[in-house]
Ligand binder design. Structure first.
Ligand code: F58
Length: 846
């Protein structure tokens, strides 16, 4: 007995997954990290303790991934994006680690509720809308597909503003998302890099007799990386999202310091930290603000320096950078990367121009996300010369060589040179960033089939003719993990109970649901789930807005950034039409509808803000009119973000995707709604076209002019007055707004909006009005037949597989990036085995 040892297997507190260990780890974190005892711990402390518990459990995967990449010297994707709209991390990490249920149990045994803790997370709003969210869906899929990838961007201290509504108007509140700390990131000040700005260039001849150019900046800023792990679903891969924060360099010898202007020097120091303070909250139209260019250059320069450092750490030479890195430019915001890489290679690594250009072109690829000409970035030469004098020289040289090639292909065609030049010389001189991105990349893509066609025909036709082989389409996709599994667990369980769970990584498997379409039990469950989710949303609406909505009404949902081209006001014209019909005939038999809007307007976009006010003003009258008897309710949910999208999308019966044809590059909300069983009412625009093709034309409510018809109508001299005068219902709708019916008699309030519609109507609302109204009538008829509607809803989900971001990422990997998956073997971490000798202070591996 005495000689017998008792071996007790104790789970490690930082990696163990049993409910008991999770509870212990949670309590320890509450104590040791938050410094709280249970009596004084807030809900937020509980969230933080849980977040750290989860983070510990993912570090092993993260570190194993980083080590594997470094040791095996893999080809890696660098996704350069000024925006990443990640959404909350906790739920996603629980799901991807496969520990959702254990954690739920552990938390509930401690007397807490996981839902409440998930709600505590303040989401990082580091993006405006679709473009930023797409970047995050793509990181999710890259990790799920085990592709080595790094996301590079900016760690804005203030993300997209929080939206409040006061008296029906949008009010912007600063989003101080880092206020209580961010448990998901690890900062690495020891890996900071320096970025120059301003100043001038100097030429000299070096010892080898070569002509050299030196950039003497007048400001140097430090970029500090903050890393967030991006876990793959059901894989060991944990990639990195590396976001840069601007810091003043510690030692500086400004003249001001010597001259005794201590205050001035410190002020200057603080000033440079402003660079990553705030995300620009504008969506489409471009604004040429100096700080924005500084942000773009800052994150691009930090990222490229980092990439070169990683490459060299792995024992590779800069000459082979393109063999190991595929860098994607997410729109033109990072397009300054083209001259920056040239500068790094030529000026800092003494490479010859031709070789550097070859590396650069083979490294970059460019995705365009817009069809609006006013959204294309153009920076004034003056600003460029002032901030980035060396880059301006490099751009001139790129342009000179490029135009020589154009001239060789099209001799004696001055016009084409003028059109294709990187410099717009039609008035004040500007740099055309889209042209720079095209010339500096080996691949160019649009984000939906129609968009890519229009890109080739309208936006960049000369570039398409010049190098057609560079162009391809990559239709957007969204991650089903966040937008179905996480946000719609009830639907997920039903689907999985029928077809197994392979669909979560192979979304095309949803097709197997079609086999159950004639099963009445299945259809009934489908309906009940939608109904219960609608009830949850109704409860949220009541809590947030104090509005009681009819759970059994048709939930007609329109959520996205507010923009005239997206035509939220066309939806309002429809609502007022229905309202007028009830007023004229109170006994009319109408399908009850709840119209739900959400979305932010750019703070300086007056017309978009007026649309928000119009929605509220119409809601005020319609929601409170006793004649309506609750048949119409209008709700505007404030502060649309990823969290709210996850709440709203599963509850939709009808998804409004009603942009003017030829204006929405793709849209991704359209995919998120359809994946959750909503039917779409939409135009032939962006990815709507492909969604309709996939789900079947009979399961999609189509209306409106086609792109060619839009062009033809505009060319023939569009006259909105004609529609106003010849359509009695439209006439009444407009008159009611104009007469102040919805604005307590104030006839001026909405005049700017109506004047625009009646005199100009760039987005053809009046031309599409009747077609939209008729289509809405077809929607109502279909909704009268629940069985028919449910079949269509099921078919939308069953046939939505194409719109997984996994499919999109596979296409990027095969056609553009040429990267392969890398399996990660988990390396065990046992502190007892670690020997630090000789391992300090090596440069970082990633
Ligand atoms: C969006 N663009 C497109 N831009 O409008 C949408 O059709 C598409 O689905 C999506 O990209 C993804 O491809 C978009 O969201 C922005 O938010 C920019 C942010 C920076 C300033 C300029 C607009």
């Amino acid at each position: 007995m005495q000689n017998q040892k008792i071996l007790v297997q104790v789970e490690d507190d930082r990696t163990g997954l049993s409910v008991e260990t999770l509870k212990r780890a949670f309590l320890d974190n509450l104590f040791y990290i938050q410094g709280k005892f249970p009596e004084i711990a807030t809900s937020h402390d509980h969230y933080m303790a849980l977040a750290y518990t989860v983070r510990d459990r993912l570090l092993q995967r993260w570190i194993s991934t980083t080590e594997t990449y470094a040791k095996t010297n893999v080809r890696t994707v660098g996704y350069l994006s000024a925006e990443f709209l990640t959404g909350p991390h906790l739920g996603n990490n629980l799901l991807n680690l496969g520990i959702y249920d254990q954690v739920q149990q552990a938390v509930s045994e401690l007397g807490l509720d996981l839902e409440t803790l998930l709600e505590e997370e303040e989401e990082p709003g580091l993006g405006n809308g679709g473009l930023g969210r797409l970047a995050s869906c793509y990181l999710n899929s890259l990790a799920a597909l085990e592709i080595p990838a790094i996301g590079y961007g900016i760690r804005y201290e203030y993300g997209i503003f929080d939206q409040e509504i006061r008296f029906g108007w949008q009010v912007e509140i600063t989003d101080h998302w880092l206020r209580y700390g961010n448990p998901w990131e690890i900062g690495h000040p020891e890996w900071a890099v320096e970025v120059k700005l301003g100043g001038f260039t100097q030429t000299s001849i070096d010892k080898q007799g070569r002509y050299r150019i030196k950039w003497i900046p007048d400001k140097v800023i430090k970029g500090v990386p903050y890393d967030t792990p991006i876990l793959g679903y059901k894989t060991n891969t944990a990639n990195t999202l590396r976001l840069w924060t601007a810091k003043a360099i510690e030692s500086f010898d400004f003249a001001a310091f010597n001259s005794g202007d201590y205050f001035g020097a410190v002020h200057e120091k603080i000033f440079s930290e402003n660079l990553s303070k705030v995300l620009y909250p504008n969506d489409e139209p471009f604004q040429g603000k100096q700080l924005r260019l500084e942000q773009q250059y800052f994150f691009v320069s930090c990222s490229l320096q980092d990439i070169i450092r990683i490459h060299r750490y792995r024992g590779d030479k800069v000459e082979t950078l393109h063999e190991k890195f595929a860098l994607q430019l997410n729109d033109t915001h990072p397009a300054i990367a083209v001259p920056e890489l040239m500068r790094l290679l030529v000026d800092e690594h003494s490479m010859e121009w031709e070789q550097a250009w070859n590396v650069t072109q083979k490294t970059f690829a460019y995705t365009n996300h817009t069809l609006l000409p006013e959204a294309l970035e153009r920076w004034s030469i003056g600003l460029f010369a002032y901030l980035l004098p060396r880059h301006l020289e490099i751009i001139y040289e790129i342009n000179r060589r490029f135009l020589n090639q154009v001239r060789a292909k099209y001799p004696n065609d001055g016009e084409i040179l003028r059109r294709m030049s990187l410099i717009d010389e039609s008035g004040e001189r500007y740099i055309r960033m889209a042209h720079l991105a095209c010339v500096g990349s080996h691949a160019i893509n649009g984000v939906a089939a129609l968009h890519t066609e229009l890109l080739k025909k309208q936006i960049l036709p000369d570039f398409y003719k010049f190098s057609p082989e560079k162009f391809s389409n990559k239709t957007n996709g969204v991650t089903p993990r966040r937008f179905i599994v996480l946000s719609n667990p009830r639907l997920t369980n039903l689907i999985t109970s029928k077809i197994g769970d392979n669909w979560t990584t192979h979304l095309e498997d949803l097709r197997n649901l079609e086999a159950f379409i004639d099963d009445p039990g299945f259809r009934q469950e489908w309906c009940q789930i939608k109904q219960s989710i609608k009830e949850d949303l109704a409860a949220y609406i009541y809590k947030e807005n104090g509005i009681i909505v009819n759970n059994h009404s048709l939930f007609d949902i329109h959520t996205k950034r507010i923009h005239e081209y997206k035509r939220q006001h066309l939806n309002i014209l429809h609502i007022i039409t229905l309202y007028n019909r009830i007023k004229a005939n109170p006994d009319i038999n109408l399908i009850p509808r709840t119209f739900i809007f959400a979305g932010k307007a750019a703070p300086s976009y007056y017309m978009a803000k007026l649309i928000i006010k119009l929605i509220h003003s119409v809601a005020e009258v319609v929601n409170n009119d006793p004649d309506i008897q609750g048949r119409i309710k209008i709700v505007f949910l404030k502060d649309y973000n990823v969290k709210l999208a996850q709440r709203i999308c599963p509850a939709a019966d009808l998804s409004e995707q009603i942009s003017l044809a030829g204006k929405e590059a793709s849209g991704t909300g359209n995919m998120k709604f359809a994946m959750n069983g909503a039917l779409t009412i939409g135009t032939l625009d962006g990815a709507n076209i492909e969604i309709r093709e996939e789900v079947g034309v009979e399961n999609f409510f189509l209306f409106g002019l086609k792109t060619e018809e839009v062009s033809a109508l505009k060319a023939s001299g569009y006259n909105p007055w004609y529609y106003y005068q010849n359509n009695s219902e439209l006439h009444l709708v407009i008159n009611r707004i104009a007469e102040g019916y919805f604005s307590q008699g104030d006839c001026n309030l909405f005049r700017p909006l109506l004047d625009t519609l009646l005199n100009w109507d760039e987005y053809l609302l009046l031309a599409d009005y009747q077609s939209y109204i008729d289509c809405q009538e077809r929607v109502s008829q279909a909704y009268r037949n629940p069985d028919y509607w449910t079949r269509m809803s099921i078919l939308n989900v069953a046939r939505i597989g194409k719109f997984s971001s996994d499919r999109a990422i596979r296409e990027y990997c095969q056609d553009i990036w040429k990267v392969e998956p890398v399996k990660i073997k988990l390396q065990e971490y046992a502190s007892a085995k670690v020997n630090l000798n000789g391992h300090f202070a090596k440069p970082h591996p990633i």
